[in-house]
Every structure is written in C-alpha cells, then in structure tokens.
Design a protein around this ligand. Structure first.
Ligand SMILES: [Zn+2]
Length: 263
C-alpha cells in the first residue's frame, strides 16, 4: 500500500536514477500532457511530500518546473537501465516515460500527473499537514491540527492529509492497535495524541529504505502487521479474532479487546 514511506522510497529511487541528468526524451501517455516533450530538460531533484511525489526539473531556459504525481492505491515509479525490460507492470498502465543516457524512469498508473512551475508547488501540496518523513516534520503542529476537530474519529483524522501527511490505512490501523485506541474514538478522547503522532512517525521512518512495510519488526510474509489485513485471525496479543469494518470511506481493522471503545 503506497503510504508515506513508499512514496519516500520511490522519490529516492527516482532521485538516484535521474538527479543531475539531462533528459534525452519523454513520453507522456495522459491526455493533458500528451504534447509535452522534456528532451533537453535537466532533473534537479526528486522529493516527496506526504504521499505526493515532486520531480523538479529545469527547462532549457533555466526555468524551474515540478512534475507532480500521486500514487494513491496502485501507482508506482520504476527505474530501469537503458535496454532493460520494463517488467514491473503491464504496458497499458504506463503514464509517463522519462529517458536519460543512464536510466529510464517509468511511471505506472500515476494519478494527478501535472507539470507546473516549481513556484506554484504549494497550490498542489500547500494544504498538507506536517510531513511525517519531511526534514521539517513538526509533531506539535500535527497534534494541533488533529485536536482542532475534537469530534472526528481518530481513525478518520489520521488519514486526513491536512492534519499530518503520510499516514495511510495500514499505518492508521497499526498505530491505533499499538496505542490501544479504537478507531471510532473521537479525537478529544484519545489519551495521548502526541504519543500517537510520534508512534506513527516512528513506524513510517522504520520502513524507509525497504519495500516491505512492517510494523511488527517481522519481515516474513504473514508476520508484518498486528491487525491490518488480518480479519478473523487471532490478535497477536490476546487471541481475539481481528475485526474489519467500514470507517468513513475506508475499511479498518482492529482488536475489540485490545482497543476498547472510549467516550
Ligand atoms: Zn487483542
């Protein structure tokens, strides 16, 4: 599931493949950019902000641009060596190809693909709360934003990228299990918001640099989570069957014993 850590890792892959490179060609397979040609442009850097990817480039006139993309549930970028087979996903999912003499970056099933002046980046990511994996991570501000909506369920509040940027459904479920908080708890009744936010940051940060997302410390298949994806399986702490239900627009997983309802 692409969450903040996956997007951070993806930004690093793109940075290693393309930063400093002059592009020799591009191929956009989305209508809004079909006529765009980035040949001769230079890639400055690749960065992530929450779940948004920002590839920053300079055009031949030295103006700064940002190619924005969002992975949502199913998007991905892959870097290949020139001549290597593009094996990650089916070709019909390709939305953009960026070529340099040393690498080819292929974006699959990307969302919100847009090329904008870097000076206007904030129009796409300015609404985001503090980035859990950003150099400017500001936990106090994340807590303040969460606390501003006291009646919202903590399960929905953690997913709202305007509060803090980077938590998706997997980390939401896992953080709340580890804190012993039901996802339906209103924000005002969460015993330690600062501790919850700090734990979310630690869990994401621990998975930087690897593609397996584990909150248990176990990397083998079937052992990577406490509750996420484990409906009807026994809770690793108390043995109760893990439950799965809709919460807002997303499903949530939780242990009814370890995460009692609070008011
Ligand atoms: Zn339990």
């Amino acid at each position: 599931m692409p969450e903040g850590d996956t997007v951070w890792n993806t930004a690093r892959v793109l940075h290693r493949a393309l930063a400093g490179a002059r592009l020799t060609g591009s191929d956009f397979r989305v209508p809004q950019l079909a006529a765009t040609d980035l040949a001769g442009w230079t890639v400055r850097e690749s960065a992530s902000r929450g779940k948004h990817l920002l590839l920053r480039l300079d055009d031949p006139g030295a103006r700064s641009w940002t190619l924005h993309s969002h992975l949502r549930m199913d998007g991905a970028w892959r870097a290949y060596a020139p001549g290597e087979r593009w094996s990650a996903r089916p070709a019909h999912l390709i939305r953009v190809v960026l070529r340099s003499s040393a690498a080819v970056a292929v974006g699959y099933h990307l969302h919100e693909l847009a090329l904008i002046p870097t000076a206007e980046e904030e129009s796409l990511v300015g609404h985001l709360g503090p980035d859990l994996l950003g150099a400017d991570w500001a936990p106090d501000e994340a807590v303040r934003r969460l606390a501003a909506h006291p009646e919202q369920s903590i399960g929905e509040a953690l997913l709202d990228q305007r509060n803090l940027a980077g938590v998706g459904n997997l980390y939401k479920c896992e953080v709340l299990f580890l804190r012993g908080v039901s996802p339906w708890t209103p924000v005002r009744a969460v015993p330690d918001l600062a501790g919850t936010v700090a734990l979310a940051q630690r869990l994401l940060a621990a998975n930087r640099g690897r593609w397996t997302q584990s909150t248990t410390g176990v990397l083998r298949r079937g052992g990577t989570s406490y509750v996420y994806g484990r409906r009807a399986q026994p809770c690793r702490r108390c043995g109760t069957a893990i439950r799965k239900e809709e919460l807002g627009e997303r499903v949530t997983y939780w242990c009814p014993v370890c995460q009692p309802e609070r008011e």
